[in-house]
Design a protein around this ligand. Structure first.
Ligand SMILES: Cc1cc2nc3c(=O)[nH]c(=O)nc-3n(C[C@H](O)[C@H](O)[C@H](O)COP(=O)(O)O)c2cc1C
Length: 148
């Protein structure tokens, strides 16, 4: 059993919908799961072994505003997260081309820079071809949860 924190970066709710769909799957696998759509702190991270970042992209490849305080704190403080593991689900839209899934990609880099160990490959969900991001995420989580 792991303590998992799902970190939701969202402006208009899709990432929250994905997190809400995934939480019961991880709970059914025996994990304790918290979901945060507020600005989680570095202390919140340290209380969990595993993080699952579920983040949209806004602006021009940017991290959603609700997730920015945490991302900036991690960049500034660089806490040692080497005892922690993480996964990333990035939501984006391929019509944005060069900045596709930029928010999730940036958060992936931030956690890697703090030495957290990534579990599996990042899932990138394209809103222009996939109107139901939770369905794609539910397929991905089966492989990911086996790595936790
Ligand atoms: C104003 C705006 C800017 C966006 N910019 C990007 C972008 O630069 N790259 C990208 O891949 N997707 C971009 N998107 C698409 C969103 O990331 C995508 O629709 C996502 O599913 C929204 O999730 P949310 O409802 O959790 O905020 C943008 C969407 C909006 C409305």
């Amino acid at each position: 059993m792991a303590r998992i924190l799902i970190l939701v970066g969202t402006e208009s709710g899709n990432a929250q919908m994905v997190a809400d769909a995934l939480k019961p799957v991880l709970v059914a696998a025996g994990h304790k799961v918290d979901v945060s759509d507020k600005a989680a702190t570095v202390g919140d991270l340290e209380a969990h072994e595993v993080f699952l970042v579920v983040s949209a992209t806004h602006g021009t490849g940017e991290i959603p505003g609700n997730m920015l305080p945490l991302a900036e704190a991690l960049e500034r403080e660089r806490p040692d997260l080497s005892g922690h593991r993480y996964g990333v689900i990035a939501l984006g839209d391929r019509t944005y081309q060069d900045t596709f899934c930029g928010g999730g990609k940036k958060l992936d880099q931030v956690f890697a820079a703090c030495a957290a160990r990534k579990l599996g490959e990042r899932l990138e969900v394209d809103a222009s071809s996939q109107p139901l991001p939770d369905e794609e995420a539910l397929g991905w989580i089966n492989g990911w949860k086996a790595l936790v």
